[in-house]
Write a protein that binds this ligand. Structure first.
Ligand code: FAQ
Length: 329
């Protein structure tokens, strides 16, 4: 674990009477309504800061843990080109985590504490990365359909109110667009390949469909944070709206490849644009995000291993920086 001595996000100062200064709050909300960006040194309600830290930190952890299920396929990807491309893709995801941790740090929570909270299980990360990738096709499904889901979420929220997060999301989306193309290319190759390849990719889609539906979060009626986050333009669309947008774009593309989505009840109401689908077992979703998914233990164990075995590098860097710091006169 990292050392620290910094504030915990629980310690973010709340106004003593639980109420923000009404004048400051009104000015803040007026700026948001006018489409202005909020920057780190601007006044912001404690709850806005706390929610942003929670969400950005969770997003950063998802990128780091998200590198693991595909990462295990780098050495086994079919052929040199696929290996090279996957290695670059996985590296990008780690870079996204760095951008996001930096954005969260602007709100006052140091990276060390965020990593500690990931390792202790206090902070969440995306449900999808707690599922295994038993075949190459599973890795390709992540590269196509999970990256696609991330892009839907990120493009929408990049128009939000907090400057550092929005700028990080814009940059991330450029890179994710390449991932999407890579993933699509890998899936097309399998879906138009031999019967064995088609079978492999169909089986992977069946394993991933439910986690993909879960990805956008619980239905709006049970979402805890959406209302506040949408009022403050941190989230620019509700969970169901993002899920609908994703389904409208990607269901036709999946079907175009002759793949069968494992939900006979999936259909779109053309008048409203909303999709209906079979009950995706939200109990499973909550179990997985609270630590009891098929791979939660394994994912955190890998991170802990990396943490322990990278300690000497952090120590060396720390010592070097101590050595070369020129004291200010
Ligand atoms: N997984 O009240 P809501 C990626 C939790 S990046 C885990 O609706 P909210 C790149 C939620 O935290 C993927 N937990 O929550 C990549 C809350 O629990 P809490 C990550 C989830 O925040 C691709 C509770 O449920 N993207 O994939 C999930 O308003 C390929 C109640 O939910 C982001 O993090 C979930 N799916 O809306 C990398 C984007 N959904 O904290 C490698 C930023 C909900 O009260 C390979 N985040 N929960 O204990 C967001 O946009 C939002 O946080 C939502 C959830 C939309 C995910």
């Amino acid at each position: 674990m990292y050392g620290g001595g910094y504030i915990q996000d629980d310690d973010i100062k709340q106004p003593s009477n639980g109420q923000e200064d009404p004048r400051l709050l009104a000015e803040f909300e007026a700026r948001i309504n006018a489409g202005e960006k909020i920057e780190p040194d601007d006044w912001m309600p404690a709850e806005y800061r706390k929610q942003l830290i929670r969400m950005i930190e969770q997003h950063a952890h998802s990128e780091i843990i998200g590198a693991l299920p595909e990462g295990t396929w780098i050495t086994r990807a079919p052929g040199f080109k696929r290996k090279m491309a996957l290695m670059a893709k996985v590296q990008d995801e780690i870079g996204h985590a760095q951008l996001l941790y930096s954005a969260a740090e602007t709100l006052g929570k140091p990276r060390e504490e965020m990593i500690n909270d990931l390792l202790s299980g206090k902070s969440k990360y995306s449900n999808v990365f707690n599922y295994p990738t038993p075949t190459w096709a599973d890795s390709c499904i992540i590269t196509w359909l999970i990256d696609a889901a991330a892009i839907v979420n990120q493009v929408i929220n990049s128009k939000g109110s907090y400057g550092p997060y929005c700028r990080a999301l814009e940059r991330i989306c450029y890179e994710e667009s390449f991932h999407l193309k890579l993933g699509h290319d890998c899936i097309v190759e399998l879906a138009t390949g031999t019967p064995a390849q088609r079978k492999l990719v169909q089986a992977a889609l069946e394993r991933w469909w439910k986690p993909i539906i879960h990805f956008f979060g619980p239905p709006d009626k049970t979402s805890v944070h959406s209302e506040k986050l949408m009022r403050w333009k941190v989230k620019m669309a509700s969970n169901d709206d993002m899920r609908n947008q994703y389904l409208s774009t990607y269901v036709p593309k999946i079907k175009e490849l002759g793949l069968v989505i494992p939900d006979p009840d999936l259909k779109k109401d053309e008048a409203t644009g909303s999709w209906t689908y079979s009950d995706p077992d939200w109990d499973e979703f909550f179990r997985v995000i609270n630590g009891d998914g098929p791979c939660n233990e394994e994912r955190l164990a890998v991170r802990k291993w990396a943490e322990d075995n990278g300690k000497w590098v952090r120590n060396a860097l720390q010592k070097a920086s101590d050595k070369y710091v020129v004291p200010l006169a």
